[in-house]
Design a protein around this ligand. Structure first.
Ligand code: DGY
Length: 331
């Protein structure tokens, strides 16, 4: 019987996927709750055929170069900005991710942040807990209305569309979006309007970020772009932290340039607990938990296992980031 392929799994993921990985592979699972140090990850990768990575694991060219047997990197995430995909492709290494299965959970989180920041829920909770609530206040805690307002989506892919559906169907919002691609389905079914970035910033009451992190989106929300937004606007980011310049966000939130923000992602992660941004009443920060539901994480684990095993056995990965590697992949 041929030996099972050696794989390294950089964190304990749900049994829904881990069981299959353990059955099919000679799997070593990193049991610590914190990520393996990069140097250690490199030594593990050097002797493996498969790697299950998380968004906290940097899979760079040097690591790939030092891993001559590696056939597949299966990322337990839809985003893959932690992986140097070009370097993987050049070396014949397949890369997989987990699109689709976390769309609803992430869109739900974006909506949670949108409504919580607009209606100042976390601030109100702190106010109540600290005993400051003395009476019902006609002018206290005023937030933003939601019904009939304009939602601006940056990146109208699966998750952006799912948020747009919620806001259009449930709150009768007008949807505008900015994306390099037109989303005709969203235009047809939601009446979504494709606009340039300036129009998106100028017209939106809520701006929600659903684009990937790349060299054009890094720092896209900065002093200049915040200045174009409405003073009543609410910014939501469930995509990647570095798309927002956090110093500029601090200025925008303290100066009243925008009304509030809700973040599920920060730069860095975790943020420095002493960062003054975290003290602002008009900012809500969640610890990158948009996909953190039982069902979603199980589905991500299954998807991740499927990609890993396909990559190890020479099959097409069900969710293949670099299918162009097919003709030169390692066997
Ligand atoms: C992803 O999948 O990219 C999310 O950020 C974590 O689930």
């Amino acid at each position: 019987m041929p030996a099972k392929p050696k794989v390294f799994v950089t964190r304990v993921i749900p049994e829904a996927g881990l069981r299959r990985i353990k059955e099919s592979c000679d799997a070593e699972v990193w049991a610590d709750p914190l990520p393996p140090p990069h140097a250690l990850l490199r030594t593990k990768a050097a002797v493996c055929e498969g790697l299950v990575s998380l968004l906290t694991d940097r899979i760079d060219a040097a690591l790939l170069e030092a891993a001559p047997h590696l056939k597949v990197v299966s990322n337990y995430a839809v985003g893959f900005n932690n992986i140097d995909v070009k370097a993987a492709t050049e070396r014949g290494v397949c890369v997989g991710n987990t699109p689709g299965v976390l769309t609803d959970a992430t869109a739900d989180m974006a909506f949670c942040l949108l409504i919580a920041a607009s209606r100042r829920i976390v601030e109100g909770h702190a106010y109540t807990r600290s005993g400051q609530w003395k009476t019902w206040e006609p002018l206290g805690h005023l937030g933003q209305d939601l019904v009939g307002r304009t939602l601006g989506i940056l990146g109208m892919g699966r998750i952006g569309s799912a948020l747009a559906r919620r806001c259009r169907g449930g709150w009768d919002m007008q949807v505008i979006y900015h994306d390099v691609y037109r989303n005709e389905a969203a235009e047809k079914t939601l009446g979504a309007r494709h606009v340039d970035l300036d129009t998106l910033l100028r017209e939106s009451d809520f701006v929600s970020i659903h684009t990937d992190l790349n060299e054009t989106t890094r720092g896209l929300f900065n002093a200049t772009t915040f200045a174009r937004m409405k003073p009543t606007a609410v910014l939501v980011n469930t995509a990647r932290g570095p798309i927002v310049d956090q110093k500029a966000l601090y200025e925008a939130l303290t100066s009243g340039t925008i009304f509030a923000a809700g973040l599920d992602v920060t730069d860095p992660e975790p943020p420095d607990p002493n960062d003054p941004l975290l003290k602002l009443p008009n900012l809500i920060v969640a610890p990158h938990i948009a996909s953190a539901t039982v069902g979603t994480r199980n589905a991500m684990a299954e998807s991740c296992a499927n990609n890993l095993i396909a990559g190890l056995t020479g099959q097409a990965l069900p969710a293949w980031v670099n299918p162009e590697v097919a003709h030169q992949r390692r066997h």
